[in-house]
Structures are given as structure tokens and as C-alpha cells.
Write a protein that binds this ligand. Structure first.
Ligand SMILES: Cc1ccnc(S(N)(=O)=O)n1
Ligand SMILES: [Zn+2]
Length: 261
């Protein structure tokens, strides 16, 4: 059994291409968003986020991030319009963060990193029957990226950070009802969009990325809760879950469109 991919010296992003050659593909994510190169597209419609009747199932530490999983048996929780041709159903959300507030996000804006980045992962349930099927299909996935910086306390995040003690170790999962990620959205839904990939293995190049311009703010205490999570399980040496982000990848001629001017 080969060395599992991760974010360390020997199994980190610079090594992923060995087991996942697409890491050197033509539409990899994340990217650095150069705002002056982003083209305002007046045909881009406002993003429609319909999270009102969302059902959370569980919270899970998969050894790479902390993941909130949603009930996706029907299309009650979807995003649509914006750059999307059809509605995409919410499957899970997770985060990437740093050991310090100076870095941690995956996408950067004019070279600026944020302390963390929230990813809301959606799949095309019009064309495909399951997330797994959509995950390998060319128009299968749409991910919303939301930048997170430190500042005031975020009331909507407490339910999540207060539950982290249940999933401290890799492989731990807990029932987690009644959380709605709607509370984590910023005021503005202005976004940049571009064709990209998953930012962790298997790095499939089938993601429509929708990166919101406006970051949300969480407190230093809430940020510290993320850093109490571990990459390791109960039997291994303790490895704090920090710096679980992939650096920006070559744009390779892709165009980034802006929904705003
Ligand atoms: C579901 C999933 C798998 C891998 N990577 C991602 S990500 N970080 O691109 O959102 N999401
Ligand atoms: Zn992610």
C-alpha cells in the first residue's frame, strides 16, 4: 500500500503527480486570480443559492480536512444560474487552512492568501444519478469557494467549531444535524468563475469553480479550533491538521470571468 497523499514533505502537493499525473494537467486548481485579467461577463447571471431546506447528516475528519455531509437524495439544496447551465446539488462542504493567519487559502487574489477557504461541493444531479458518477464526469461538479479571514466572531460558525472535538482524529465521524451553510455566505454573491479541477487527489478536471469575491470573517478563537484537529488517528503520533492547502497552479491560458465590474 503506497504512501497516502497528504500535505507533508514526502507526500505533499509537489509529489501528487507521481500517483495522479493529471496534477500536471491543463486545468488544475487552485489558481491565483489576477483581478485585472478577470473579464467582466455581462451574460453571467447572478448566482442563485437555494440552501433553505438543507439537511446536514454528519461531520467527518477524513485525515485531510473536516467535512460536513448533506442529504442529497433530492434537489432541495441546490445552486443554479450564475455560470451554471443546470442546478447542482450540495453534497458536502469542507475547509482548507494554515498554521498561521498569513496563509491557508487555496485560491489567492493578486498573490494574497487568506487564512482559510471554505469549499461547498455540488454535483450535476440532472445528468447523473450519484455524486460518484458525477465526480468523474466532465460537467459533473461545481464548487463555491469562500475566503475566510480573521476578525470578529462569526455567529454561524460556532455550531461547527463547537463540534470539532468530536472529530479530532482522522477517521472520526459524528452525527451533526441542523447546520445550514447559508449562515456562512458573505453579503455579496459577486464571483469569479473559471474551469478547473478538484484541489486534492484524484484532482479530476471537471469542476466549474465559483470563487466569491467577498471574504467572511471569523475570530482568532474560532480559527484556533480548526488547528486543534489532527491529520493523525488515535494510534499515531499527533499531527496537527494545518496547511492543508494546495498552492496555485498554472493558468495555462484559461480565462477567468467576473460576474461584476
Ligand atoms: C469532494 C472533493 C474532493 C476533492 N477535492 C475537493 S475540492 N478541494 O476541490 O473542493 N472536493
Ligand atoms: Zn477543498
Amino acid at each position: 500500500t503506497g504512501l497516502q497523499w497528504g500535505y507533508g514533505e514526502d507526500n505533499g502537493p509537489s509529489e501528487w503527480h507521481i500517483d495522479f499525473p493529471i496534477a500536471q494537467g491543463s486545468r488544475q486548481s487552485p489558481i491565483n486570480i489576477v483581478t485585472s485579467d478577470a473579464v467582466y461577463d455581462p451574460d453571467l447571471l447572478p448566482l442563485s443559492i437555494c440552501y433553505d431546506s438543507c439537511t446536514t447528516l454528519s461531520i467527518f475528519n477524513d485525515g485531510h480536512s473536516v467535512i460536513v455531509e448533506f442529504d442529497d437524495v433530492d434537489s432541495k439544496t441546490v445552486i443554479q444560474s450564475g455560470p451554471l447551465q443546470v442546478p447542482y446539488r450540495l453534497k458536502q462542504c469542507h475547509f482548507h487552512w494554515g498554521g498561521k493567519n498569513t496563509h491557508g487559502s487555496e485560491h489567492t487574489v493578486n498573490g494574497k492568501s487568506y487564512a482559510s477557504e471554505l469549499h461547498l461541493v455540488h454535483w450535476n444531479a440532472v445528468k447523473y444519478k450519484t455524486f460518484a458518477e458525477a465526480a468523474v464526469a466532465p460537467d459533473g461538479l461545481a464548487v463555491i469557494g469562500i475566503f475566510i479571514e480573521t476578525g470578529d466572531d462569526h455567529p454561524g460558525l460556532h455550531q461547527l467549531t463547537d463540534a470539532f472535538y468530536m472529530v479530532k482524529f482522522k477517521g472520526s465521524k459524528a452525527v451533526f444535524p441542523g447546520f445550514n451553510p447559508k449562515s456562512l455566505l458573505p453579503k455579496s454573491l459577486h464571483y469569479w468563475t473559471y474551469p478547473g479541477s478538484l484541489t486534492t487527489p484524484p484532482l479530476y478536471e471537471n469542476v466549474i469553480w465559483i470563487v466569491l469575491k467577498e471574504p467572511i470573517k471569523i475570530s482568532q478563537k474560532q480559527m484556533h479550533r480548526f488547528r486543534l484537529l489532527l491529520f493523525s488517528n488515535e494510534d499515531e503520533d499527533r499531527l496537527p491538521m494545518i496547511d492543508n492547502f494546495r498552492p496555485p497552479q498554472p493558468l495555462k491560458g484559461r480565462k477567468v470571468r467576473a460576474s461584476f465590474c
